[in-house]
Write a protein that binds this ligand. Structure first.
Ligand code: BES
Ligand code: MN
Ligand code: ZN
Length: 493
């Protein structure tokens, strides 16, 4: 999608579709509709009076041959209540317009007002590119003609400066990285094995100038990553430990941010096997790892002055003949022993060794993203990512980056009082803490391996996937929490 600014009087622009947002209550005379000529607004006024135009969130009103304009059509997108407009809402407005236009096979459109303060340029660009994605790669009738070729941000009489152009480029980089993550998450497990995920990581690193290293079964065992190895044992697919590094010359030596992403390319549950119903969803159990690869891709282009390392333990959790079993005791890379009570609580085992490895490789702040528990979806649904950590400063940094980008996140507690839930009668700790507080005990298990290093855990089991098509977003992978983490890294530097 070509996105650019266009100056000049709105009423003179010849284009298949002009789109503008309008607030609830006074859609004909608020928001971007203020920038339209008086005759156009008079027409909107009539629609407002008749109740056809309300300005309610994501309402789409299409006018052909709009009076006062040379554009063939005018689309008014409801922006909801003015006081509720935030980053997420701004992004959705442009997204709604893009998906509406696609539905009408329109390929060229203009957006009134981006950058005027209503919809910041970066959010507008992100909204457009995220909306133009569909997980339809494997459909023979894939409608590639249903994509927007050209989107113009109409700035009226004001000339966009350097700042606006920088924002546009930043939005594009971040949204394209998010879509890259969505593509990885969408791949079925036969086409996204640990080996293929590592190949994707290496080719991305090459393309964007990152250092990469991939460890296979021998190296993983030689490092005593027995917790990670235990998962991989049951599968014919060999595991991969994927390591990407971004070390910009001249960046301060600390902090070194370690981004750890769960990379289970399929989670059957292992011997503690999952029910058949919805098991196909477990192809997305590498969403945390895919997100970290997306973040690395974005920062390789945005170039913040901060050192970052991504560690993605990639394996398949299968009930094969060599699979690990309930009751097994495993000595993790850190030396802590773990009693396996449920082989379906595998993510925390992979993270345990990956966190330890990231620390050993010099990580001074650890952030992990993982589709770790069904329990977090009971607490927060599919809307909000669960945020955990003992270090208030870093938890708050993540939360404020989430607010700034419109990705929803909420802190859940970690507290010593929960520790008894995952004690083991024969080893240092057990790998499950029971049903109650399941997202918390899983997080705390992972935290045991961060030790004193500042650590934030993001449970994205709910937010990795959008279960219902939205006016601004396809059904399918969301790319959470790429945008939050990129924002965080950009604001450390
Ligand atoms: N990958 C799952 C968690 C999950 C559930 C992700 C639903 C996405 C959607 C994880 O490995 C798992 O199986 N967790 C168990 C833990 C339990 C055995 C303690 C769970 O949540 O049931
Ligand atoms: Mn599992
Ligand atoms: Zn899992």
């Amino acid at each position: 999608m070509k996105i650019e600014f266009r100056e000049g009087p709105i009423e003179q622009i010849e284009i298949p579709l002009l789109a503008a947002s309008a607030f609830e209550g006074a859609p004909a005379s608020s928001g971007a509709t203020e920038g339209l000529p008086a005759t156009t607004r008079a027409m909107l006024e009539t629609l407002q009076k008749s109740g056809e135009l309300t300005g309610k969130m994501n309402e789409c009103t299409l006018l052909h041959h709009p009076p006062g304009l040379r554009a063939e059509r005018l689309l008014v997108v409801g922006a909801g209540k003015k006081e509720k407009l935030n980053a997420g809402a701004a992004l959705r407005l442009v997204g709604t317009a893009v998906r509406f236009a696609r539905g009408k096979s329109i390929h060229h459109m203009g957006w009134v007002s981006a950058g005027s303060g209503l919809e910041p340029v970066q959010h507008a660009v992100e909204g457009a590119i995220l909306a133009d994605y569909d997980p339809d790669k494997y459909r023979s009738d894939r409608n590639t003609s249903r994509r927007i070729d050209q989107l113009e941000f109409l700035t009226g009489n004001s000339r966009p400066g350097k700042a606006e152009n920088v924002e546009l480029e930043r939005g594009r980089i971040i949204a394209e990285a998010t879509n890259f993550t969505r593509e990885l998450v969408n791949e079925p497990s036969n086409r996204m094995t640990p080996t293929l995920l590592a190949d994707q990581a290496v080719s991305t690193a090459r393309k964007f100038g990152l250092q990469s290293k991939v460890l296979g079964p021998d190296e993983i065992q030689a490092l005593n990553m027995n917790a990670f190895w235990a998962i991989a044992q049951g599968s014919g697919e060999p595991p991969r430990l994927i390591v990407l590094r971004y070390d910009p010359p001249g960046a301060p030596t600390a902090p070194v941010i370690g981004l750890i992403g769960k990379g289970i390319t399929f989670d059957t549950g292992g011997i503690s096997i999952k029910p058949a119903q919805n098991m196909e969803e477990m192809k997305t159990d590498m969403a945390g790892g895919a997100a970290m690869l997306g973040v690395m891709r974005a920062i390789a282009q945005l170039k913040p002055a901060v050192r970052v390392m991504a560690v993605v333990p990639a394996a398949e959790n299968m009930p094969g003949g060599r699979a690990y079993k309930p009751g097994d005791v495993i000595t993790s890379m850190s030396g802590k022993t773990i009693e396996i009570l449920n082989t379906d609580a595998e993510g925390r085992l992979a993270l345990a060794d990956a966190l330890h490895y990231a620390k050993q490789q010099g990580g001074t702040v650890l952030i992990d993203a993982a589709t770790l528990t069904g329990a977090v979806t009971i607490a927060l649904g599919n809307i909000t990512t669960g945020v955990f950590g003992y270090n208030k400063e870093w938890v708050n940094r993540v939360l404020s980056s989430a607010t700034a980008t419109g990705e929803r996140m909420w802190e859940l507690p970690v507290d010593d009082d929960y520790r008894d839930l995952y004690k083991s009668s024969i080893a240092d700790i057990a790998n499950t803490g029971g049903r109650y507080g399941g997202a918390i005990t899983a997080a705390m298990f992972v935290g045991e391996f961060a030790g004193d290093t500042p650590w934030v855990h993001l449970d994205i089991a709910g937010t990795r996937w959008n279960y219902e098509e939205k006016p601004y977003l396809a059904k399918g992978p969301t790319g959470h929490p790429v945008r939050t983490l990129v924002h965080l890294l950009m604001n450390i530097a």
